[in-house]
Design a binder for this molecule. Structure first.
Ligand code: SF4
Length: 237
């Protein structure tokens, strides 16, 4: 199933649609990338990037933990305003730089880094997983609202409210570690373009034949022709 989605969206995978991809191209530091990921919560990537640029430009081209620590909260809020939810995000960024050094973001082992990031108020499991997967290269699977919705529609999870960890485990048991990040990206692209929350464009969907909820836009839920499976068909087939 996932191989079909990767084929459909392969040309978009290296586009600037994702903050971590853009951050890598712009040679941002791990701290700047993580701030970008925080800014992208409940925001468009374009607005999150504008906010991140404001921040980096304000600091003369490099946002460091020390500079952010020394910045008044109100100033920080105004700089990141384009990302929305700027009050809570500014507090999360302040909390982050008070708990972790830039060096630790790179050098801590994964378990310790996860624990430390989880202790930062305003930094949730998705943000942690996006950072670990895209910046530290850890095989993990971040889940956002698009992915949760699509996995539910495809029948991979039984309910939309399934716990984050359960979804992550289910996907990680079926997708090879080196394809997890790509799978994360293609599902987001799919959710933004075709499997939208309202009126999904099922006739254009590359996995329509495998989907339990195809035709959901017309409120007719067709039976699934086979058991959905995210198994990735890596290799020649
Ligand atoms: S068939 Fe429709 S509901 Fe199912 S994954 Fe495709 S777009 Fe989404």
């Amino acid at each position: 199933m996932v191989d079909k989605l990767i084929t459909k969206y392969s040309s978009l995978l290296e586009s600037d649609s994702f903050i971590p991809t853009k951050a890598r191209r712009a040679s941002l530091t791990p701290l700047e990338s993580l701030i970008g990921i925080i800014l992208s919560q409940n925001s468009t990537d374009r607005n999150a990037w504008r906010a991140l640029e404001n921040l980096i430009n304000y600091y003369g081209g490099r946002a460091t933990a020390e500079k952010i620590n020394n910045t008044d909260l109100r100033v920080l809020e105004s700089l990141i305003k384009p990302a929305g939810l700027y009050r809570s995000k500014a507090r999360a960024i302040k909390n982050l730089v008070s708990v972790l050094s830039e060096e630790e973001l790179i050098s801590l082992d994964v378990k310790e880094l996860k624990e430390k990031l989880a202790s930062v108020r305003g930094v949730g499991p998705k943000t942690i997983d996006v950072f670990l997967a895209s910046i530290r290269g850890v095989p993990t699977f971040p889940i956002d609202t698009h992915i949760r919705r699509i996995l539910y529609r495809l029948g991979v999870i039984d309910k939309k409210t399934e716990k984050y960890e359960n979804i992550r485990s289910a996907v990680m048991s079926q997708i090879p570690p080196n394809k997890l990040l790509t799978t994360h990206y293609v599902l987001i692209i799919h959710g933004r373009s075709i499997c939208r929350a309202r009126n999904p464009r099922c006739p254009e969907c590359p996995v329509e034949d495998l989907c339990e909820k195809r035709g959901i836009s017309s409120r007719q839920i067709a039976p699934s022709p086979k058991t959905p499976n995210l198994k990735y068909c890596d290799g020649l087939r």
